[in-house]
Design a protein around this ligand. Structure first.
Ligand code: SAH
Length: 396
């Protein structure tokens, strides 16, 4: 018999709206003794069945819903079904853009809380972030092996949030081969090297795919500054778009080395490309002192806000770099600016960028509103799934 949890009166509302999280404060009592990851039945205070989810005894998010369908059991078929449905939504994209790297499963937004899976060529890279997904690791592996017999499975659960779920960080082969230092993926004819074992996240920022493509529209004959370049994704597209000069900046030498290899792998001329290891905050100021100007600037910083407490500081950080960028833009220049902090709402981000333009004394216009690529869907009941915002802004 699985354990049951009964919610505090009124706390069923978010579940009725199909939001998949149950917070510890929303639970009145637990019947049975679930261990972390156990599948539990979730009831409203009046005894009405609401959902079936995974228990997480030490997390603030005490349970995450697997299903709102009473007849659906959480077994191998469940995971196969969910993953198949997720794959089907990616298929047209894969075909149209010739993708060999894509996000197969975006956790809550794909109905599999705590489970992110990215595919890079024939490697499936899993990030397991919840006690429930951890508990089901074996079934998830089996489901993946059933659906993708050609693929190896690698784990990159080296993320601090696992601690909140009482889990230790873990990486390594789950099934099949160990990935080489760099696995090549393709998107719209562009080749990208991905370091699955040591790269950021699961190796690459797949979410920026459409935005990289958007960038290429603005770079013909231009001087381009790619800030927080990582392995040079935006830079490769900038060169493909005909940039006459490119500066990639990042703190990580390893990322910059791969950025150079990525440019070369695509047969691009790097004689006018610099790979600078430096702090973007400092470099932008140094450029300002020297009176340098750029026609196109990409600002794709790491997440500045991990928690609500950090949001104000994050706002300052975004304001600062965006203002500096506006100061460095040549007349008619274009800034592509992003925020991947989920806590930063689109409207607030837009306001910050507008203020930054104002402070830099620039008259600016938004040319494009951008977001995460569609293989990073946003569950309508799970607005938290919307995290990547981008603006293309032109300044007089
Ligand atoms: N634009 C990249 C992803 C950027 S991720 C892409 O499309 O693939 C953020 C990057 O910022 C990381 O590579 C990290 O090394 C770098 N970084 C973080 N803080 C930095 C700083 N202060 N100055 C320069 N780079 C920084």
């Amino acid at each position: 018999m699985s354990a049951s949890i009964y919610l505090v009166k009124g706390r069923e509302k978010s579940l009725l709206r199909r939001h998949p999280w149950i917070f510890s404060k929303g639970i009145e009592r637990v019947e049975g003794n679930p261990v972390d990851g156990d599948t539990v039945e979730i009831y409203a205070n009046d005894g009405k069945w609401l959902a079936r989810g995974a228990w997480s005894g030490s997390s603030q998010i005490r349970a995450r819903v697997w299903t709102f369908d009473k007849d659906e059991t959480v077994d191998l078929d469940f995971f196969i079904r969910r993953l198949k449905y997720a794959q089907e939504s990616r298929d047209p994209l894969i075909k149209r853009q010739g993708l060999t790297g894509y996000r197969l499963c975006a956790a809550e937004s794909d109905g599999l809380p705590g489970l992110t899976i990215d595919r890079y060529a024939n490697f499936l890279v899993c990030q397991i972030l919840s006690a429930g997904a951890e508990f089901q690791r074996e079934l998830i592996t089996q489901a993946l092996r059933t659906l993708y017999p050609e693929c190896s499975i690698y784990e990159r659960s080296d993320v601090a949030v696992r601690k909140k779920e009482g889990l230790k960080e873990r990486t390594g082969v789950i099934y099949g081969d160990t990935p080489n230092e760099s696995v090549v993926i393709e998107e719209s004819g562009v080749k990208i090297l991905v370091d699955i074992r040591n790269g950021h996240k699961t190796g690459f920022y797949l979410d920026q795919r459409d935005n990289r493509q958007a960038a290429a529209k603005y770079t013909e004959g231009k001087r381009v500054l790619n800030c927080f370049s990582y392995t040079g994704g935006f830079g490769v597209y900038a060169l493909k778009g005909g940039a006459k000069e490119l500066v990639n900046v990042d703190l990580s030498q390893n990322a910059l080395d791969i950025a150079r290899q990525n440019a070369e792998l695509n047969g691009l001329d790097t004689s006018n490309t610099q790979f600078i290891r430096h702090d973007v905050f400092k470099l932008l100021r140094e450029y300002r002192e020297k009176g340098e100007k750029f026609d196109v600037i990409v600002l794709d910083p790491p997440k500045f806000a991990e928690s609500k407490a950090q949001l104000l500081g994050a706002c300052r950080g975004y304001k600062d770099i965006n203002m500096l960028a506006f100061q460095l833009l040549a007349p008619g220049g274009v800034l592509l600016t992003y925020s991947c902090s989920g806590l930063m709402e689109q409207s607030l981000f837009q306001k910050i960028v507008a203020d930054a333009a104002l402070d830099a004394g620039r008259d600016a216009q938004i040319l494009e509103l951008l977001s995460q690529a569609s293989d990073h869907p946003i569950g309508t009941a799970y607005p938290e799934g919307f995290y990547l915002k981008g603006l293309v802004v032109r300044a007089r």
